[in-house]
Design a protein around this ligand. Structure first.
Ligand code: ADE
Length: 251
């Protein structure tokens, strides 16, 4: 997977991308992340990337020229008038106005070989960028940040860990909270007893069928208590439904 990030704050990215799983994925060539400074695509002396909004009002607006120039150069798009669908590379604007990111969207995006991520700053971007360049808009939740840089890192992280061989454990992404439509079961490791609190005996029993059943029921119970909304879309077996019915009766 090849990510191209377009930002006014490229310095935000290296620390996270040079750490842990993403670092290893980059070193192994499983992902490539190119961070492009939009300021490098300005043509005026002052490297201006923003301007005052037409019609007045507070805040500044990101200008169209550097953004079009940067994306056209890096993605090798031909400037077209009237505008055409410009490429088959999704060009994603990170904005609180976008569709709200979730595991399904991460999966959908992980199927593309290349993604362009445009980080907004200031009050917003000139609407012509949205109309004629952007192909998708994503929000990471119903709150407003100072820019799209952290959201872009969140997309890179969530998408990368779904790609083959990125996680050390090949089943790592399958049992995740949300991957199967349920919250994940609880985990324990050594010691078997810590400050008088014992790990569940069943996990120490070596009985894999029982452990699997226990984990499934824990996942169902957690989801029932913390995120009952998720149960409406989850893929549930007859046994799951029976177990949930008991939980409901006893709650
Ligand atoms: N930029 C500012 N807030 C954002 C959000 N919630 N999601 C994506 N991009 C943003």
């Amino acid at each position: 997977m090849h990510f191209d990030v377009f930002t006014l704050l490229p310095e935000v990215f290296p620390a996270y991308l040079n750490t842990s799983i993403l670092k290893r994925a980059r070193e192994r060539g499983l992902i490539q992340v190119d961070v492009h400074n939009l300021r490098d695509y300005t043509r005026d002396k002052h490297h201006t990337t923003d301007d005052m909004p037409y019609g007045g009002g507070g805040g500044m607006v990101m200008k169209p020229e550097p953004i079009f120039e940067a994306l056209e150069t890096i993605l090798e798009l031909t400037p077209q008038t009237p505008p055409q669908p410009v490429s088959n590379i999704p060009i994603i604007l990170l904005t609180p106005q976008g569709r709200v990111f979730n595991q399904n969207i991460a999966k959908e995006l992980s199927a593309h070989p290349r993604l362009a991520l445009l980080c907004g700053r200031y009050e917003g971007i000139d609407e012509r960028i949205r109309e004629h360049l952007i192909t998708d808009e994503i929000s990471i939740g119903d709150y407003v940040l100072t820019g799209g840089e952290i959201p872009a890192l969140i997309l890179i992280d969530a998408i990368s860990r779904l790609l083959p061989n990125v996680l050390g454990d090949p089943t790592g992404a399958e049992d995740d909270s949300h991957a199967m439509g349920l919250l994940e079961y609880p985990h324990y490791t050594r010691p078997p007893e810590f400050r008088g609190w014992r790990a569940p005996e069943i996990l120490l029993s070596g009985d894999h069928a029982k452990i699997e059943k226990w984990r499934r029921e824990q996942a169902l119970e957690r989801t029932f208590r913390k995120r009952p909304d998720m149960l409406e879309k989850a893929d549930l077996s007859k046994d799951d439904l029976k177990f949930l019915a008991t939980l409901k009766r006893n709650s």
